[in-house]
Structure formats: C-alpha cells, structure tokens
Design a protein around this ligand. Structure first.
Ligand code: NAD
Ligand code: FE2
Length: 442
C-alpha cells in the first residue's frame, strides 16, 4: 500500500525530492520478503511450489555455463511433473548487458510467458528482473534505470541463486550494464523482489574456488557497508553482523572444499542475510568504485569489491572505529579488553588475511593511472548521490584510494589520517565540500 503511494510520489515529484527523504523512507518502506526454501533439493521444491500458481508459461532466465552444467534439471523436472509449461532463455553473460535484456523481453512476449524464474548468479538473476520489468512496461531497459521507473509490476519472479554473493533473490535492485558506455546501471523497485526463492547448496558445490571467493567477498562487502553506513536499523545490523560472522567461518571452508554442503548452505544464507541488510541500509564507496571498475575493465563484481574493501575501510576507519571494533569481536579476532582502536585495526588486518587466504590480489591488474581521475569522479558521483556513507571522499582522496591498488603501487596504505567529519557534516576528510546530499534506496 505504502509502496504503491511512494511509487506514485516518485513519478509525480521526481527522484531528487524523494531522495532527500530516503533515509526515513528506507525505514518505513515495506520491502517484500520472498518465501524462502533452504537446503539441498530446495530448487525442486520451488518448482513444485510454482506449479501451484497455475502459470501459463514460465520464462527461465539463466546463463550458458549454468545451463550446460545441468543445474536446472531438478527444477525443470518438477515443473514438467506438475504440468507447468516453460521456456529457457540461457544467453545471459556477466553483468547482464542491455542487448540481452532486450532479447529476453522478445522471448518473454513471443512465448506468452506470465512468470519468470531467475536462475544463476547475480547477472542472470538481475537480467531476469530487468526482463520482467521491461516486458511489463513495454520500455527499453535503459528507460528503467533509477528508482520506480516502471508503472506496472513485473510478472511474478521466482529466484534460484547459484552463487553465494549478490543476495539479489531478496533485493530491490537489478544491476545491468551498457557495453557502449562502459557503465553499470541500477534499476531499483520494490516490486523486483522475487516472490519465492530457493537457496539450494547442492547447486553450488561445483562453483570454482575463484568465483566462490569473489562472490563471497561481495556478500561480505554488502554486510560491512550496510553495517557501517548511516541507514542501519536494528534489523539490518542484526542481519549484517550475522552475515559477517557466517562468512568468516564458512567462506574459507567453501573455498578450500567446494563440496562441503554445510559450508555452502551457510554461505548461501549469509549472502541472503547480507542482501536483506544492504537492500535496506544501502552500500558505500567500495561498491561505488567497484561499479566503475566493472564497467570499464569488466572486473568481476566480487573481485573488485574484495580488492577495494580494505582500502576504503582504512580511509573510513577514523569515522567508524566503534563499528569496526564490534565487527572484530563478532569474528573473534580481538578481546573485549582491547581498546576500540586496537580492535578496529585487528578487523582491518583480518580482511587482508581473508583476501590472502582466498587468493585475492592486493592490486587490480587492469587498472591504469590515466583512468583513475575519471573512475574517481564517477565513483564520487555515485556515492554522493546514493549512499549513506559515514565519511565523504573528495575527488583527490578517492583517486588516492584507487591508486592504492595500481599494480605498480607499493602495497602499503599511505592515506592521510585527518580528523573525520561524520555524515551530517558537509566536509570530507580533506576538508573539501561534497557535492550532493547522499540519500537513496539501494
Ligand atoms: N541485484 C543486486 O542486488 C546485486 C547485488 C550485488 C551485485 N549484483 C550484480 O550481480 C552481478 C554479479 O553476480 P555474481 O557475482 O553472482 O556473478 P555472475 O552471475 O556474473 O556469475 C559469475 C560466473 O559464475 C558462473 N556460475 C554461476 N553459478 C555457477 C555454479 N553454480 N557453478 C559454476 N559456475 C557458476 C557464471 O556462469 C559466471 O560465469 C554483477 O553484475 C553485480 O553488479 C547485483
Ligand atoms: Fe555487490
């Protein structure tokens, strides 16, 4: 009800007005929760549940790797057994390029589909969400970028994540990409949250170690950015802290032994909790920078986050020492008798250690000095306009943060440690004025 009236408000008064009130809105806006099925075999149980809704024909959106691995077999068998007609669209490539969304819309319409199963990693799930919204509104996907740009709700969406990372099965967002401009674009709408989702660890046992690592670090980044930002609530803090604890315990296990079903299931749950946290409390500079790196260099999203996470947190640490200390206690890298500063340092060091354990480099091979200025500008624009960050970066500081991960850069943090100004103040760590009020929904 409230979501509908907010949707109307966004359309009638424009986004910026709503963004000014968005901090309050995220606390009040009812973000739907999908019915969750969890455990080995849950994708088949989801298929059985879909049968009960009597859809005419279901579009299953996935990527060619997932399709060839046969991961959809249990779901497809369940749909067949229950008499639900379906068509598979398995062409999605990483970061869901616009052209493939358009192709999916054509298939959805031509086949007379009235429901969608989003099956795969974040790229396939987000493509499915975008296809649903674009088909319902007869719009080009680019016209849906932003908040609540569609008048009509998409057909019912069901989700089966096959990576433990994005949490897209519970989020309001669909991240797509425009290869022509090298940009990643976000469509946000509460009606993009799937109706039902299955967290089936049996589908994740074949996920290669590098993808396990990168996607797991994406989930960790969601949880940390939601926790240290300014829109956290009791609910999102609980979800974020649980996710961080579960990821510390289970990601190294799943990385070393992908067949460990218990660790895979915990990781799927942790990514889901992190998704529930960040879709309400939002993300921050790590994502703002990672989105630019993904757009320009096609760096896998989780890898870009993992490489930037320690650098951004070191910049933010004077403003979030207490929260970093709580995270340290949660992941058991410090003692209650340690000072907050010591605990915060221990947590930052533990992220470095986690990256090393997961084979994640400290630098980004593709990064070039001549790109840094534009990358920083775009990242600051994204963060300033959208994210409730605890401390603002000037363009110069953002460039410095990104420069830390240049392949030729000595891997030692050399950021200035000036007295921070917390959000609400309009200054950055360097004292420069920031550009816009940072308020938004995802
Ligand atoms: N909607 C959201 O809320 C949200 C949140 C974070 C990130 N994202 C977006 O999601 C995308 C990244 O998603 P991702 O990290 O899950 O990666 P992905 O979907 O791009 O998949 C990465 C690779 O893993 C393969 N893969 C997936 N599941 C597999 C399995 N079970 N076994 C073997 N291989 C498998 C895929 O084929 C692909 O090659 C990015 O575009 C990112 O911006 C969206
Ligand atoms: Fe992410």
């Amino acid at each position: 009800m409230f979501a509908n009236s907010l949707t109307g408000l966004v359309r009638s008064v424009g986004l910026s007005t709503v963004m000014r009130a968005a901090g309050m809105v995220t606390k009040l806006l009812p973000i739907p929760q999908p019915t969750m099925m969890v455990g080995p075999g849950s994708s088949a149980r989801l298929g059985q549940a879909i049968n009960d809704f009597g859809h005419t024909r279901v579009l299953i959106v996935t990527d060619p790797v997932v399709s060839k691995l046969g991961l959809m077999a249990p779901l497809l068998q369940a749909l067949k057994a229950g008499g639900t007609d379906y068509v598979v669209f398995d062409q999605i490539t990483p970061d869901a390029p616009i052209a493939l969304i358009e192709k999916g819309v054509v298939v959805f319409k031509a086949q007379g589909c009235d429901a969608i199963v989003a099956f795969g990693g974040g790229s396939a799930m987000d493509a499915a969400k975008a296809i649903g919204l674009a088909a319902a509104n007869h719009k080009h996907p680019a016209q849906l970028v932003g908040y609540f740009k569609g008048r009509r709700a998409p057909a019912p969406i069901y989700a089966v994540p096959t990576t433990a990372g994005t949490g897209s099965e519970v989020t309001v967002a669909a991240v797509i990409s425009d290869p022509e401009t090298n940009r990643k674009l976000v469509i946000a709408d509460t009606r993009l949250v799937p109706r039902m989702a299955a967290l089936d660890p049996a589908l994740m046992v074949g996920l290669p170690p590098d993808i396990t690592a990168a996607t797991g670090m994406d989930a960790l980044t969601h949880a940390i950015e939601a926790f240290v930002g300014h829109w956290g609530t009791v609910f999102t803090d609980r979800m974020a802290l649980s996710a961080v604890g579960m990821i510390y315990e289970n990601l190294p296990v799943a990385y070393v032994n992908g067949q460990d079903l218990a660790a895979r299931e915990k990781m799927a749950l942790a990514a889901n909790y992190a998704g529930q946290a960040f879709t309400r409390a939002n993300v921050g500079y790590v994502h703002a920078i990672a989105h630019q790196l993904g757009g320009l260099y096609h760096t896998p999203h989780g890898l870009a986050n993992a490489i930037m996470l320690p650098q951004v947190l070191r910049f933010l640490s004077p403003a979030i020492t207490g929260k970093l200390a709580l995270l340290a206690l949660r992941v058991k890298v410090g003692k209650k008798t340690d000072t907050e500063e010591v605990l915060a340092h221990k947590f930052l060091d533990s992220i470095d250690a986690m990256n090393i354990r997961l084979g994640i480099p400290t630098t980004l091979a593709a990064l070039r000095e001549e790109d840094i200025s534009a990358l920083a500008r775009a990242a600051c624009r994204e963060a300033d306009a959208n994210y409730p960050v605890p401390l603002y970066m000037s363009q110069a500081i953002c460039e410095q943060v990104i420069r830390q991960v240049l392949p030729s850069h000595p891997a030692v943090a050399t950021l200035p440690r000036k007295a921070p100004v917390k959000q609400g103040g309009r200054k950055t760590a360097s004292g420069a004025k920031t550009r816009t009020e940072p308020l938004a929904l995802t």
